[in-house]
Design a protein around this ligand. Structure first.
Ligand code: PML
Length: 251
C-alpha cells in the first residue's frame, strides 16, 4: 500500500548547448528516492549532455488514482502519409476544424513548430477554431506529475506485448490529458529520428499508429486539441500540477 502523505516527485532533464535532449519524471515513496534518481539519471544522461537537472520535491497535493490508461489500439499503415490522412479524418470529425487547417498544424509538428524552427519543448494547444492558444510558442505546455503505481511490472507487461518504454510514458501523459474535460484529442510523434510510431489519443482510446512520421525526421511534438471555452490558466494548472497515479494499462 502506498502512503500518499509521503510521496515525492522526481523530475530530471538534460540538454546540450541549450537544446533539450531528454526528460523523465517519477512519483515515488520517500524510501525509493535514491534508487529512482540513479535510474532516471541513467536515462537522461546521454548524447553528450552538458546540462542535467534533477529536482526532488514532496507532493503538495494528494494524487488522483486512476484504474487504467486509455485502451491501446495498434494500427499499421504502409506509409506515414496514409496514416496522417486517417488521423486527419478522425480529427476533423471530433474537433470540427477543417482539414486544411489541421494539416497545416500537423505539418508544423513534422517540421519544427517552435518560432525558431526547432522542436517546441512542450505541446502546442489548439482550440476548435484552429487557433494556437499555448502561452509560449517556444515552450508549449508539458504534462507533469504523472506516474504508474508499480511502474516496473507494467513496463514488463507492455514489453511482452511488443510495446516500449516510450509507449508507457506516452500512455501516462495521454491518459492524464484525456481525463481533462476540455481536451478532445492529442496528436503525437516522437522527436527521436528513428522512432516512427506515434499516436492519436481520443476519449478512452490510444490509437497507436505506425508509421506516423518519416524515418530519419528529427522533428516531433504534441498537439492538444481543446474546446473553445477552455480556460487556459486552469488547463495549465491541471496539466502541470495535478498529480495522477495510474494502476494499470488497458491492452
Ligand atoms: C508508442 O510507442 O506507443 C508511441 C510513443 C510516442 C512517444 C513520443 C515521445 O517520444 O515522447
Amino acid at each position: 500500500m502506498l502512503d500518499f502523505s509521503k510521496l515525492f516527485s522526481i523530475k530530471a532533464r538534460s540538454s546540450k548547448e541549450g537544446l533539450h535532449i531528454s526528460g523523465a519524471e517519477r512519483i515515488v515513496e520517500e524510501n525509493k528516492i535514491d534508487e529512482t534518481v540513479l535510474k532516471i539519471l541513467k536515462k537522461v544522461r546521454r548524447n553528450e549532455a552538458d546540462f542535467i537537472s534533477i529536482k526532488i520535491e514532496k507532493l503538495k497535493l494528494k494524487p488522483i488514482v486512476v484504474e487504467k490508461t486509455l485502451c491501446i489500439e495498434d494500427i499499421k499503415f504502409n506509409d506515414y502519409k496514409e496514416a496522417n490522412r486517417y488521423v486527419l479524418n478522425i480529427l476533423k470529425d471530433i474537433t470540427g476544424i477543417d482539414k486544411r487547417d489541421l494539416k497545416h498544424l500537423i505539418d508544423l509538428i513534422h517540421n519544427g513548430a517552435s518560432p525558431n524552427g526547432e522542436n517546441m519543448r512542450g505541446a502546442m494547444i489548439v482550440n476548435q477554431k484552429g487557433e494556437r492558444i499555448e502561452l509560449n510558442k517556444y515552450r508549449g505546455i508539458r504534462t507533469r506529475n504523472i506516474d504508474f503505481i508499480g511502474r516496473e511490472n507494467i513496463l514488463k507487461k507492455l514489453q511482452k506485448l511488443g510495446y516500449t518504454e516510450r509507449t508507457l510514458d506516452a500512455l501516462a501523459i495521454s491518459t492524464k490529458n484525456l481525463l481533462n474535460e476540455n481536451i478532445i484529442a492529442e496528436y503525437c510523434i516522437s522527436d527521436e529520428d528513428n522512432y516512427t510510431t506515434g499516436y492519436l489519443a481520443i476519449k478512452n482510446k490510444y490509437l497507436r499508429i505506425t508509421p506516423l512520421k518519416r524515418m530519419g525526421n528529427k522533428f516531433g511534438g504534441r498537439i492538444y486539441f481543446v474546446k473553445n471555452e477552455t480556460d487556459i490558466y486552469k488547463l495549465y494548472d491541471y496539466l502541470e500540477n495535478c498529480p495522477i497515479l495510474i494502476k494499470d494499462v488497458c491492452v
